[in-house]
Design a protein around this ligand. Sequence first.
Ligand code: ADP
Length: 619
Amino acid sequence: MAQRQFQTEVSQLLHLIIHSLYSNREIFLRELISNASDALDKLKYLTVADDMYKSISFDPRIDLSFDKDGKTITIADNGIGMNENDLVESLGTIARSGTKAFLEKLTEDAKKDSNLIGQFGVGFYSAFMVADRIEVISRKAGEAGAWKWSSDGKDQYDIESAERDLQGTTVILHLSEEGTEYTNRWSIEDIVKRYSNHVAFPIYLTYDEKEYDGKGKEKSSKTKTEQINSGSALWRRPKSELKEEDYTEFYKQLGHDTEGPLFYIHTKAEGTLEYTTLFYIPQKAPFDLYHVDYKPGIKLYVKRVFITDDDKELMPVWLRFVRGVIDSEDLPLNVSREILQQNKILVNIRNASVKKLLAEFKTLSENNKEKWETFISQFNRPLKEGMYHDFVNRDQIQELVRYKSTTLEGWTSLAEYASRMKSDQKHIYYITGGDEKTLKASPLLEAYTAKGIEVLIMDDEIDDFIMPSILKYQDWELKAANRADADEELGEKQDKTAEKEIKPVIDKIKNALGDRVKKVKLSRRLHDSPSCIVADENDPSIQMAQMLKAMGQAESTDIKPILEINGEHPIVMSLKTAENEQRVADIAGVLLDQALLLEGIKIKDPADFVKRLNRLLAG
Ligand code: ADP
């Protein structure tokens, strides 16, 4: 017998599951049935797609049984099975690096974590909530020997060779105190109906039916085996036969979610292509939404035979939060997983699915305010990614994305902005780079506010990357308020005499600041503040330049701001007469640094700033 240590992350996860999902521990059965169902899916695929497996006689099923006195529950399947290596890989480690990142995010706060862990999907290890020892006896399809894995879920597990007549896996739970309440027919049936009714394979329960005489003494006992789930692929049943609860239960099992979905879309397409899709939008963004190795949410079936659940091409990346099933009638069963991406049928299904989802999002935005707000709070950011990447659907996605604004609380759309535009307003304005509070207080907005022009507040860090490529909404240009060219509508302040008058001041400031700025100019957008900074038309914003620098792109460090000054501000006016070189340099330095600070930008030399400020305060 070989004894092995769990990978540290497994021990961590085990500890966490046992402590945070305590009140919901019956889900262990759903997780084990879901694994069994996946194992059956995998073998079913091989028996149709791979000659090596065609000879296996295979009537896929899941068998449950229990022993009240012996305190065990057994879950068996005749699916793909695991060999020694698979057991080590699957039940001794956590393979996905996303899971590790997830674990790092966890806190000591078990309550908060139980929400997180619900979204993440707990899997096999959840069985340790009800068992103090687990044995897994498995034989891999096409191989001769079987293996037994066993563990008490603490730090280590054992592996030894074992016997099993046919391919498949048997999981025996030796129940702890907490698990004994499940050793009866009714509890098991109840849990299976609630969580696993629509698993596409039959689930059988074996139990003893006892008869008693008038005095309550056992007269006879018969062992019975009965199918306890409906056992059909839910998505293939007509909508009219399905209830809301059916969809919810199926989603929880498919998406490993403890909550029901926000909404779902069930479509049967008939025509040149025949397929069924059932898509779910979760209530909460999946925990790995922003991980590079996120787990895709779509399962592909061909004529009800499972093909893959690990193909990121089944949905565009920006729709990676969608969960569900695509079942095609037209793809060949032995379609190779490697060439799926180039398959024309699949490309068509995918394109139609994206259109369908977009149409549903639109309907939701129009008809259900509450759900729509939840949707936006979770998925606004992926929508923005879609606006950036998906040229074909850009117009539609643009209608869905929501922003904050200077004139109202909550979210607004570009269409709503457009409907509020002043009759002579030429462009749509927005400001990026920083949090909402900083942006709303930016001096760059003063003139817009004074003129009653609304500005969209874009405080999501990806806005800075995305917006420069989104040039238009309908016929309006989108202009960043923190760019040099966004001030043309604020023009009345620009008169030639003022410019001429201020020229010596501008020269003084430019001289003092040297190459810290690209240019100094008279501002058209300032009212109360003495100065502000903007980025030149084709430069990245200063915030973006800082971000690029942090990412190691050194050449972007040279990007310099344009300093705009308010010719009517007393500090600026005082420069007209100021002759003392030190004083001019101090004022110029403070004008630049305060403008940077107000945009939420870290200044390069705070000590220098403070020194100058103190000299000025001292008079
Ligand atoms: P997940 O199912 O989310 O991958 P689990 O911890 O539940 O996570 O299972 C880990 C892995 O163990 C599975 O991905 C699968 O490869 C393997 N496994 C678990 N149960 C079975 C089973 N009944 N038959 C075959 N393989 C299984």
